[in-house]
Design a binder for this molecule. Structure first.
Ligand code: PXG
Ligand code: PLP
Length: 446
């Protein structure tokens, strides 16, 4: 929204030293910075006026496209009307409206929304809800949390504990006690080049039975998984896998949490992946698309059963000792309401469903190109897995990332995977531009 493109100046005029960048190679970046200072629709613009097609919706969040006028206007108006409202013991009307709208889109039975400011906070909140819920039910021995290898659940201590990405965990000590992990479901030998959900692997959910046998169900509070694992390279759930997890959780009184931070708000063509996959969890974490990325916001959606379990005890008491200064921040709420309006008015989730077959064909057209060892897709999510350069993991993907940036397309890489998740306003020619650019760059990549 810079009204003055170019004012940020060339990187040469800026002192880049003070800012410690998140999840970035700071020294490499500062030697060779890549800047954006403006965005509109499907595009970012660099300070020197270059136009870059956004193939990743910012970071899986700008589902309605950048600087959508209706979202911009709602934020501007809110900023001038009610900048901040204390979240504890005081409410403002729009936050109640947003909660109602969000649970109205959620699977049947998921009826309450707790607001936070990010996906990481949503995850920590959901884990705390699950623990407290078990205790309120008289199941206080259920303290164990089960995550999954290759899971990403943000960067809070709870999230990295249940997460399964070694680089995000190994530096940070003991984390939460009493956590165990399911195996991940990614298997190229069985599932390479599957379109949509792979056939093989539902039985991997039975590993939860093994963990129940090991720890005893009476010690397990919750299982958390991403319906589609995004950050770790876009791993699709095998057909039937999530159903199986649901059945095992039901059998043993375990809370099932779907982390829908990237899949929530239309990415799979339905409001939530839970609906696309026909499995209803007990808690859903969300963020990102909730405001189309325009203002930070996250949420935890809970079943009536969980909410009602908290709504016991003396009425003057706080039922859940948890919340953030900025929970339900008016600006975020305004952005959220506007985003949901835009999704509905422009039929954007429907558009995802309509574009999904075009997207699938486009992604799979990369088969046979140099270094491509797998292609994955669902809704408007895509992944290209590359054979790593021997002895230099991530190098090949980073080279493709740099090449695509030079050619005016922003992709995302994780390990040697390219992850793609464009705004829903993408059109067919832009889909073609993404795969053509990746294909051209791959042919040039050693
Ligand atoms: N859960 C999931 C499933 C996520 O994808 C988070 C929690 C944390 O959200 P916050 O808002 O705290 O970042 C995420 C975030 C990537 C990438 O490259 C994805 C995320 C974050 C950073 C990078 O795919 N997802
Ligand atoms: N640290 C201090 C000293 C605080 O006073 C607060 C909130 O009042 C926090 C951390 C937590 O901040 P937030 O509510 O924004 O998560």
């Amino acid at each position: 929204m810079s009204s003055n493109p170019g004012a940020a100046g060339s990187a040469a005029e800026l002192n880049l030293d003070a800012y410690w960048m998140p999840f970035t190679g700071n020294r490499a970046f500062k030697k060779s910075p890549r800047m954006i200072d403006r965005a509109e629709g499907m595009y970012f613009y660099t300070p020197d006026g270059r136009k870059v097609l956004d193939a990743i919706a910012g970071l899986w969040c700008v589902n309605a496209g950048h600087c959508h006028p209706a979202i911009v206007a709602a934020i501007q108006q809110q900023a001038a009307t009610l900048d901040y409202a204390t979240a504890f013991q005081i409410g403002h009307p729009k936050v109640f409206e947003l909660a109602e709208r969000v649970v109205g889109m959620a699977p049947e039975g998921v009826d309450h929304a707790f607001f936070v400011n990010s996906g990481s906070e949503a995850v920590d909140t959901a884990l705390k809800m699950a623990l407290a819920y078990q205790r309120l039910k008289g199941e206080g021995a259920r303290t164990r949390l089960i995550g999954r290898e290759r899971g990403y659940h943000g960067v809070g201590f709870g999230g990295i504990s249940v997460g399964g990405i070694v680089a995000n965990r190994k530096m940070f000590g003991a984390m939460l006690a009493g956590v165990d992990h399911l195996p991940h479901t990614h298997d190229l030998a069985h599932n390479a080049f599957s379109r949509g959900l792979p056939d093989w692997g539902a039985h991997l959910a039975d590993e939860l039975e093994r963990l129940v046998t090991l720890h005893d169900a009476s010690t397990i509070a919750a299982v958390i998984v991403e319906p589609i694992a995004g950050s770790t390279g876009v791993l699709m759930p095998p057909q039937g896998y999530l159903q199986r997890l649901r059945e095992i959780c039901d059998k043993h009184g375990i809370v099932l949490i779907f982390d829908e931070v990237i899949t929530g708000f239309g990415r799979t063509g339905e409001p939530f992946a839970a609906q696309s996959f026909g499995v209803t969890p007990d808690l859903i974490t969300c963020a990102k698309g909730l405001t189309s990325g325009a203002i930070p916001m996250g949420g935890v959606l809970a079943t009536k059963e969980i909410y009602d379990t908290f709504m016991t005890g003396p009425e003057n008491m706080i039922e859940f000792f948890h919340g953030y200064t900025y929970s339900g921040h008016p600006m975020a709420v305004a952005a959220g309401l506007a985003a949901l309006d835009v999704y509905a008015a422009e039929g954007l989730f429907q558009r995802v469903t309509e574009l999904a077959p075009v997207w699938e064909d486009a992604i799979h057209s990369l088969k046979g190109l140099p270094h491509v060892i797998d292609l994955r897709n669902y809704g408007l999510v895509g992944a290209v897995e590359l054979e790593p350069v021997p002895g230099a993991p991530m190098k090949r993907a980073m080279d493709v990332f740099a090449g695509c940036w030079e050619e005016g397309v922003l992709i995302r890489t994780t390990g040697d995977n390219i992850a793609l998740s464009p705004p829903f306003v993408i059109d067919e020619s832009q889909i073609a531009q993404i795969v053509d650019t990746i294909g051209r760059v791959l042919k040039k990549t050693a």
